[in-house]
Design a protein around this ligand. Structure first.
Ligand code: 5GP
Length: 193
């Protein structure tokens, strides 16, 4: 997606350990115009798939997922990382190891929001080793829901996430694919996904 790639080139910052900082438009401050365009693109790809729910994980997945859900005309459900006092119903839970925070956390979705009748589109901001996505897939499996595919805003293709997901039979659609973050430079695989 051209405008996303251009924005990463303009405002993305490479941190030493294979991490791309995009806090001025995705992960802290959010650009709603870009997020809406991203949501429209994901919705376009999955338009004919009869998606019933868009599922993401808090926090940075919520913005692109919300626009995708709006465009598809379905609800957005985001997995929560900490249990709220108001979550007193039965929960689906999975363990997720965070690539950036280097801690394992329990993510959960209330059983009432994901069922065997759902055809799910997963959305996340980054794909690195695929652990966040794997956790979301586990939640869907527990609910008996079908996972139609996953939309990723920024894929770091030098990590194992895409392979892990494709080996599970999941369709992966990434809007920017990064080949390398070496020497402080962002190198892309292809400019138009
Ligand atoms: P994975 O679970 O695929 O290893 O990592 C994906 C999650 O880690 C994303 O939800 C994202 O929050 C975070 N993440 C992974 N790599 C990066 C990165 O290079 N930059 C930022 N800002 N977040 C990342």
């Amino acid at each position: 997606m051209k405008e996303l790639v251009a924005r990463i080139k303009e405002d993305g910052r490479v941190l030493g350990d294979g991490v791309l900082k995009v806090d001025s438009f995705v992960t802290h401050q959010v650009d709603p115009v870009l997020m809406e365009a991203i949501g429209k693109r994901f919705a376009q790809v999955f338009q004919a798939a009869n998606i019933t729910k868009v599922v993401t994980i808090e926090a940075s997945g919520i913005a692109p997922a919300l626009y995708t859900a709006q465009e598809l005309g379905v609800p957005l459900v985001f997995a929560r990382k900490s249990k709220s006092l108001t979550m007193n119903e039965e929960l689906l839970t999975a363990q997720v190891y965070s690539f950036t925070k280097q801690v394992t956390s329990t993510v959960s979705i209330s059983k009432k929001f994901l069922t065997e009748n759902d055809n799910v589109l997963l959305i996340d901001d980054f794909l690195a080793n695929g652990q966040a996505a794997k956790g979301l897939i586990e939640l869907c499996q527990q609910a008996g829901a079908h996972v139609e595919g996953i939309g990723i805003v920024i894929e770091k293709s030098f990590q194992d996430g895409r392979e892990l997901l494709e080996d599970m039979g999941i369709k992966v659609v990434s809007l920017a694919r990064i080949a390398s973050l070496k020497a402080g430079e962002v190198e892309f695989i292809e400019e138009d996904a």
